[in-house]
Ligand binder design. Sequence first.
Ligand code: NAD
Length: 265
Amino acid sequence: MATLLKGTAFITGAGSAGIGQYTAWAFAKHGVKRLALSDINLKALRTTVDELRNRHPDVEVESLEMDVADEGSVESGLSRTVSAFGSLDIAVNNAGVGGPMKPTAEVATDEWKRHFDINLTGVWLCERGEIQRMLKQNSNRGPREGRGTIINVASMLGLVAASPTTPATAYVAGKHAVMGLTKTDAVMYAPHGIRINAMCPGYVETPLLKAATASGIMDGEIKKTPMGRLAQMEEIADAIVFLASPFSSFMCGAGLVVDGGFTVQ
Ligand code: NAD
């Protein structure tokens, strides 16, 4: 298979058997040889890292215990990545939580703030640190000759409202904000050669959705999906590979929607 991806990649939220972990498998499969994987859950992360080393012994892996909501933790993770591998070329800001499944009238202020600390400030802290490092490594290159690509994992719920039967108010507001951050930074840093886009998955069969699917709350959402099913993790990871690769070289500030047709109705 031809090599699609080059350089050092960094992924947040790679511990659980979700989008981050499957993106790590897909990156290794498509040519990444230096991979920094991070998660707040070190035990889960060890499983991902061990499995990656088994499947791809030729890939160098750095394992980073990192809380995306904590500035010091994010900075130390990114610094370790660059000092271990010498560069940062691809970054996937994927870590996130489901948040309270409640309408606004029932959400407590602390729940709201904690959710935004992870799902919005967490993406922003990572993106800021990644941009700073990419700007530095591009400092000797001419305008638009720099390199670096950033993918923020938003959601189709960064584009449309949640339905009243799945009232994920804070989640939807946070993902819309991630889209705003993606678009604005994409415009700001395109002249420096840094490409920033968002991934907008529909409902994916990951641990994050497990409780909701088990409770039956997702049945109506699956029925509303024209393709009549949840996405598989590989289907999202392959789309992230596309966003990280030269095949998406003219995409800038876009949200790539992979949702089985949910949002086109
Ligand atoms: P997941 O729960 O399987 O994975 C999320 C990972 O993030 C976990 O390993 C968790 O430990 C980690 N994490 C949580 N808080 C963290 C923190 N503060 N710092 C660092 N790591 C932290 O979920 P997933 O479904 O794979 O979700 C990944 C991303 O995809 C999220 O941003 C989510 O909002 C988004 N997404 C998921 C779906 C879906 O249906 N599953 C749909 C659209 C978007």
